[in-house]
Design a protein around this ligand. Structure first.
Ligand SMILES: NC(=O)c1ccc[n+]([C@@H]2O[C@H](COP(=O)([O-])OP(=O)(O)OC[C@H]3O[C@@H](n4cnc5c(N)ncnc54)[C@H](OP(=O)(O)O)[C@@H]3O)[C@@H](O)[C@H]2O)c1
Length: 289
């Protein structure tokens, strides 16, 4: 089964569900003598089950997550994969952006990225300088598309005004519990401006995979699905929303793949949106400052 895609009016197309690599090989540091075999097997399992879209970052395990992803994907047809990486907030100067991208490509053993993102807005480096470097990378064919993460509306507008290219995607923390993109207007802005909102942490690292919340349990029974699958499908049922989960567990991967390719009714999407009992207006990980 192929994961379905969504397409913007401007032509940019991406699978509705991608797979992240956060914590593969470590968090902010590389774990020495890490056993990569489980992550590599998981990435290959995702492909075997129809996944093709992967997300990583130079920041994850100091580049080691990219290395693991690169090893796992070696030998697959590059054209059939969709690979995203991100430049760290500490590398937003012109030359640093270019170096970071080249180093990410080397670790991934690839010659282009489908999408390159600014990992966080920088408070020090003028966005104009960073976007010029992103434009250069696109001109050189090292990246196919440009996006951002954790940008509020003002920053999105400013970034867009400083690039020749369309910003196609904003990656933010969004799930049934964490609703900051709705409260801050970012979701509506993306929907009205032909930008994807890519929701990271769709199952809140497993918290939304458990039974015990009445409305979620009812949806599980109605659709014969698990809570994590309802949580993921709720996101991708929304206009311009796609998502990214992460798992190195074969059973969780199967669950994730079976979260897509079926439709929740509009009424149920609205009901979960309104009546889900815990709705927080601030991320507990990153604020849309
Ligand atoms: N741009 C940003 O600032 C930013 C920030 C955070 C994340 N991201 C990206 O978004 C990706 C997804 O975010 P996330 O990793 O936090 O998402 P998530 O899917 O909400 O959480 C992943 C965690 O949940 C566990 N899990 C997965 N499926 C499960 C299930 N069915 N039941 C119970 N536990 C389950 C996984 O463990 P197992 O491996 O054991 O299944 C893993 O520890 C990241 O990997 C990263 O690539 C981007």
């Amino acid at each position: 089964m192929q994961i379905p895609t969504k397409k913007l009016i401007n032509g940019f197309e991406i699978p509705v569900l991608g797979f992240g690599t956060w914590e593969m090989g470590g968090k902010y540091e590389r774990i020495e003598n890490y056993d990569e075999s489980g992550d590599i097997a998981a990435i290959r399992k995702i492909i075997e089950l129809g996944g093709s879209c992967f997300d990583t970052a130079e920041k994850y395990a100091k580049g080691y997550s990219e290395e693991i992803l690169g090893k796992a994907l070696k030998g697959y047809d590059r054209k059939k994969l969709f690979i995203t990486s991100k430049v760290d907030v500490l590398h937003m100067k012109y030359d640093d952006v270019i170096n970071s991208c080249k180093q990410s490509l080397a670790r991934l053993q690839m010659d282009y990225l489908d999408l390159y993102l600014l990992h966080f807005p920088s408070l020090n480096i003028p966005i104009e300088e960073t976007m010029k470097a992103m434009d250069y990378l696109k001109e050189q064919g090292l990246i196919k598309n440009i996006g951002v993460c954790n940008f509020n509306i003002e920053r999105l507008k400013e970034a867009q005004s400083k690039t020749k290219n369309k910003i196609v995607l904003n990656q933010v923390h969004y799930n049934l519990i964490f609703r900051e993109p709705v409260f801050a207007g970012v979701l509506e802005y993306c929907q009205n401006n032909d930008i994807f909102l890519e929701a990271w942490r769709p199952i809140q690292q497993g918290s939304l995979a458990n039974r015990g919340i009445e409305i979620l349990d009812k949806m599980c029974e109605k659709y014969n699905k698990k809570p994590s699958q309802i949580a993921i499908n709720w996101l991708i049922s929304q206009k311009n929303v796609i998502t990214l989960t992460k798992s190195s567990n074969p059973l969780h991967i199967e669950d994730a793949i079976n979260s897509v390719s079926w439709d929740m009714t509009e009424e149920d999407v609205d009901l979960l949106g309104k009546d889900f009992p815990i709705q927080l207006d601030r991320s507990n990980a990153v604020q849309l400052k």
